[in-house]
Unconditional design. Structure first.
Length: 226
């Protein structure tokens, strides 16, 4: 099992590999496998990137993110300008109904409420908004509604087939159950990245309104006797 110091060093080195990030602006501390990120970046998308980098590291249990978005330029992006940019993003999302989505912007903080039909719509909208200039944070409160039929047996079969196709998921260690548009994932995975990928795959199944990810992250045992 990795020590906190080993995890900290691994995270720092991995951040250096990301050319989009200025690793010297991001502080890293680790206590009992929980990684805390501090410092400053110039866009919200870089916060999300830093989080994804941390979850690549074996031994990380959770992330406490305290990074602040601070723009390099003195140019002030008004909330109304941000709201207009968000509105333009939503207009070009052909799969979402713009009338069902409400947008609030306050001091660069974007709050989304309303309804979308599928999980990937919710995720795509957030991803596009992350790259809007002036955005400091996003509260994605969109609710997923669907008219797709839900057959637990078919959904389980489809999700397991997707797991087996994935190069990053050990499908045989995951148990999938479903009830009333809800999927429950149980079992063991070897990293937080694998746990997140399993949840992403499950969300892609039609008719899903909720994914309860109960997967346990257990580090693989290395046999040092050979």
């Amino acid at each position: 099992m990795k020590t906190d110091l080993e995890i900290q060093n691994n995270v720092i080195e991995e951040l250096k590999w990301e050319s989009f990030l200025k690793s010297s602006d991001i502080g890293v501390s680790v206590i009992d496998g929980v990684v805390t990120l501090t410092g400053f970046v110039d866009s919200y998308s870089k916060i999300r990137l830093a989080e994804s980098v941390v979850f690549r590291i074996v031994g990380v249990k959770a992330i406490a993110e305290d990074i602040i978005v601070r723009f390099d330029t003195d140019e002030k992006i008004s909330d109304s300008e941000i709201a207009e940019a968000v509105d333009n993003v939503l207009k070009f999302q052909t799969h979402s109904n713009r009338e069902n989505i409400k947008v609030k912007v306050e001091d660069g903080w974007v709050t989304l409420t309303g309804e979308v039909n599928l999980f990937y719509e919710k995720k795509t909208i957030r991803k596009l908004i992350e790259n809007i200039k002036g955005v400091k944070a996003i509260s994605n409160q969109l609710i997923i509604t669907t008219k797709a039929s839900f057959d637990p047996k078919k959904i389980k079969s489809a999700i397991m087939a997707a797991f087996h196709r994935s190069a990053t998921i050990e499908a045989n260690s995951i148990i999938v159950s479903g009830l009333k548009n809800k999927v429950i994932l149980r079992g063991v995975v070897h990293s937080n990245a694998e746990k997140q990928e399993a949840e992403r795959v499950a969300w892609n199944a039609p008719g899903i309104l909720e994914v309860d990810n109960r997967l346990e992250v257990v580090l693989p045992v290395i046999d040092l006797t050979h």
